[in-house]
Design a protein around this ligand. Structure first.
Ligand code: ATP
Ligand code: MG
Length: 570
């Protein structure tokens, strides 16, 4: 393609409303434009990248034996009522009504539609296992669309669904999809990790997320440096050691701590490390019998809300008890609550058991206890894994210690089991001729998010650095003063044609621009290989080559450049 024929919409200014690098660069490089909150148009250059990601995903999915389908984006409410998600899904589901007052939604995902399709098409175990996928637009009315296409409301997803007559077959396809995702992200050229994940509102049993590692990632993921343990911090369990530290000798004392509410304030005031404090948090209980539950955590630890809301006693989603209710129930400010003498159910995190001579609130304003010890001063409550893992925690598999890195979730695979097939009566006749409910898996990739994630992982001060496999063009050809030399123009046109004939994707910058402008645009849009030819090079029969990531240029004989680059790009 020629730049004269391309909407090359690059800008120098960093857009004010873009807070992360990929969003800034996608706007500056002219890949996307905002229409409204969370809605973006893809410009020609951006769409080339998106299509390349799609192509790789499609190719690997086909190789895995999955079959491509395309389902409507508009979905009838009746199906969502059958699966009981019409009410459960919440405000992310954009509900609409047609002229006949029938209710529909814009598909945020397609479990209902595919299950409906397959229950009508597949009748026998002989037709299973089967995996179907589509690459399609999804709509989720995200509460805070942000970071451009990274968290948009309308975005492109590859979603796949597998159907099985038993769990063993699901397990096999799950492994195959895991391998397929590995192949996809490797081929795209990203540094990624598969991590164990929470299966969230979608239900089901096993699940893995695929994360592109990048500082700006919204998710924290925990790895063992010594083993292949990797899990989202949402899920990563801590070492469940329930030994109680009874070595404390200090005298239990109630002491004044005027206005010292937070752990930081209390530990500074008493000159003790935060690890020696235990904090008490009040959350809503799951039933009216126990409307309020107290959670105990070591001062330096953070509550993991996902772990907490999975406990039977605790309301899901997790809800805090407000300040006014705390006053009514405990008769003190939230900063002074403590477990001694507390008459509501208490759940303590494992790590609190290792604390001795600790400090906690005294359920009285401006007062704390110090020198507190388990068993002597208070009974051991119910214990649970309540906290987020931290760097240097022992790995839950017992091998080494954890390291925490940031990741961007680009893919998610789930073993759904029979959640949808049961609710929607998707059954087959099994080998014994008996009607049985199918078992399902589902597998998503955020195609458009992959584009942004790739930029977050690969950029420099000049702009985007595309992995070769998804670059909008592999090569950019920049002529020096072509408009003043017919001889150069002819040579450039011949070269351009030779690259095209060789099946390579080349962008010819035929604008009447200064060299500096063409160079900085080529860097900003991230083309992996740059070729520069002027009259002097033509005289010598040499062309200048540089890759996007090196600072030095090399001279290559003009006569061999197509062959040499073809080898480099292979
Ligand atoms: P997240 O936790 O980021 O909201 P999710 O768990 O809701 O993701 P899934 O339902 O598993 O996501 O969707 C499959 C994939 O679609 C995700 O792995 C992600 O890459 C992508 N995705 C999800 N929501 C968005 C969004 N709002 N914008 C762009 N891509 C998204
Ligand atoms: Mg989501």
């Amino acid at each position: 393609m020629r730049t004269s024929n391309l909407l090359l919409a690059t800008t120098k200014e960093t857009p004010a409303d873009a807070s992360i690098v990929s969003h800034q660069l996608m706007l500056r490089a002219g890949l996307i434009r905002k229409l409204a909150a969370g809605l973006y148009s893809w410009l020609p250059l951006g769409l080339r990248v998106l299509r390349k990601v799609e192509h790789i995903v499609r190719d690997e999915m086909n190789k895995s034996g999955a079959q491509e389908v395309l389902m409507p984006m508009v979905q009838p409410a009746t199906l969502w009522q059958e699966s009981e998600r019409w009410n459960k899904y919440g405000a992310e589901l954009l509900r609409i009504e047609d002229r006949h007052h029938n209710h529909f939604c814009l598909g945020p995902t397609h479990e209902e539609v595919i299950t409906d399709l397959i229950r009508n098409e597949i009748r026998s175990y002989k037709q299973l296992p089967a995996t179907f996928y589509q690459i399609q637009t999804k709509f989720r009315d995200e509460i805070r669309p942000r970071f451009g296409i990274m968290r948009a409301r309308e975005f492109v997803m590859k979603d796949a669904y597998s159907f099985h007559s038993d769990a063993a077959s699901l397990s096999e396809t799950y492994t195959l999809m895991h391998q397929t995702y590995h192949a996809i992200f490797t081929r795209i050229g990203l540094t990624f990790r598969a991590v164990e994940a929470d299966s969230g509102s979608i239900g089901g049993k096993r699940s893995h997320e695929f994360h592109v590692l990048a500082e700006s990632g919204e998710d924290a993921i925990a790895f063992s440096k010594q083993s292949d343990y990797a899990a989202n911090v949402e899920l990563a369990s801590t070492l469940l050691d329930d030994t109680v530290n009874t070595s404390g000798k200090a005298v239990l004392q109630k002491i004044p701590t005027p206005d010292q509410r937070s752990i930081d304030e209390v530990s500074q005031f008493l000159h003790i490390p935060p690890q020696q404090c235990i904090k008490t948090l009040l959350v809503k209980g799951a039933t009216e019998v126990t409307p309020v539950i107290a959670l105990l955590l070591r001062g330096d630890h953070e509550l993991n809300t996902i772990k907490a809301e999975k406990l039977d006693l605790i309301a899901s989603p997790l809800r805090w008890v407000d300040e006014q209710d705390i006053q009514e129930i405990i008769h003190c400010n939230a900063g002074f609550i403590g477990p001694i003498g507390l008459s509501i159910p208490i759940i303590a995190d494992y790590a609190t058991l290792q604390c001795s001579d600790f400090v906690c609130g005294a359920n009285e304003d401006n007062m704390h206890y110090q020198g507190v010890n388990w068993e002597r001063d208070l009974p051991i409550p119910t214990i649970a894994d309540l906290r987020n893992v931290q760097a240097n925690d022992p790995s839950p598999d017992g091998k080494g210690v954890l390291e925490i890195k940031r990741g961007i979730e680009v893919g998610h695979i789930f073993q759904l089991g029979d959640t949808y097939s049961k609710a929607m009566q998707a059954s087959i006749l099994n080998e014994q001729g008996k009607t049985t409910i199918m078992t399902m898996g589902c597998y998503g990739i955020g195609i458009s998010r992959v584009v942004a994630a790739s930029i977050e992982q690969n950029y420099d001060e000049k702009g985007i650095i595309w992995p070769l496999a998804i670059a909008p063009f592999q090569i950019v050809l920049i002529p020096m003063n072509m408009h003043k030399s017919q001889r150069l123009r002819t040579a450039i046109e011949d070269l351009y044609k030779a690259f095209i004939d060789a099946g390579m994707e080349i962008l010819l910058d035929d604008r009447k621009e200064r060299a500096g402008v063409m160079f900085s645009d080529a860097d900003l849009i991230g083309i992996p290989h740059r070729l520069v030819l002027g009259e002097r090079g033509l005289d010598k029969g040499m062309i200048e080559h540089k890759t996007r990531t090196t600072d030095t240029t090399e001279e290559i004989p003009l006569a061999q450049i197509v062959t040499i680059l073809k080898e480099k790009l292979a």
